[in-house]
Design a protein around this ligand. Sequence first.
Ligand SMILES: Cc1cc2nc3c(=O)[nH]c(=O)nc-3n(C[C@H](O)[C@H](O)[C@H](O)COP(=O)(O)O)c2cc1C
Length: 374
Amino acid sequence: MPNETPLLAPARLPSLGLDLPNRLVMAPMTRNRAAADGTPTPLMATYYAQRATAGLLIAEASTPNAVGQTYPDIAAIHRPAHVAGWRQVTDAVHVAGGRMFLQIQHGGRVGHPDNSGHIPLAPSPIPLPDTVFTPKGHQKAVVPREMSVADIRSTVADFAAAARNALEAGFAGVEVHAANGYLLHQFLSSNTNRRHDQYGGTVTGRIRFVREVVAAVADAVGPERVGVRISPYFTGNGMHESDTETLYPALVAALADRGLAYLHLVRADAGLPLFQQLRDAWPGTLIANPALPRDAIPADGGRAAGERLLTAGADLIALGRPILANPDLVDRLRRGAPMNPVRDRYLMYVGGATGYTDYPALSPPAPGGFRRDS
Ligand SMILES: Cc1cc2nc3c(=O)[nH]c(=O)nc-3n(C[C@H](O)[C@H](O)[C@H](O)COP(=O)(O)O)c2cc1C
């Protein structure tokens, strides 16, 4: 029976007492459809409202200050215009019956002066070994400026202010982005953090910045409204962790007793010992984002991979591309319907409605119970 998947069973975010109609979470996805100043656009409201049937939506990485901007046309959350733009998005999602968090991301060394107007900041002056997309095309990454302790303090404060802005914009909570090679991850990993002060060196030193950001954000909006995303073993954006198996247990232990909304694991693999270790160490909600094939989404939309992670102890399942391409993924899973494939990947980051709001939903079942499209 197509509709018996546990992915569609009702769930709850206990920290907030928030009921979720199903266990599907829309993973945060940068789509570069904001205005040049980072203000969310009406098109973004349409895009997210189309996907509001997922149990929880996590809106795309949004920068908490100017220097944290990664790429052109990404969303921001540090000015009144950003709050007003996001308010239109959350209003549209709420009207469509959805619930929404906002991811806050500082790019660290993943940025460029042609995007942000600033030399990027990072724990250590080690450039991204890659190019960065800018309005002039791909350009070699620049050497970032090593953050002083004063820079660290002001960045922590910017995260807290961004979280307050997100609540003012109508989000139920925020996700601190400590994954995928951006600033917080750069502090965690020994290949990007060569500091000799209290923010570097040992695991205790390298997790300090993330702990401080999470503590400040939790103080600003309440721990029950704060999730944290991590990506153990991630090797994109020039990341090479030397001690993943001691780093993440230490980080999770440091965050475990704070009463946070959730921990979110990128490319979670139930077969890895670290998955069970982190599950056992985390007392709250665990969102797992399965490691789906990179070239194309599976024909079942990620159903089997998600079910495996639920069996292994995850509470909620985050999917990215399956929901990007199937705004009505919940309906398709319920009806056992085929999935739209992701179209040209270059449409992911280019702006405009094409490849964004024009993925078709299924037709409603015809009167009398016949399905027109099955
Ligand atoms: C277009 C696109 C944009 C993404 N942007 C973000 C982002 O802003 N923040 C983040 O944490 N991950 C981002 N990711 C990673 C996704 O959240 C997710 O972890 C990844 O796509 C794997 O899940 P999937 O196989 O279900 O797509 C992005 C992925 C895609 C495809």
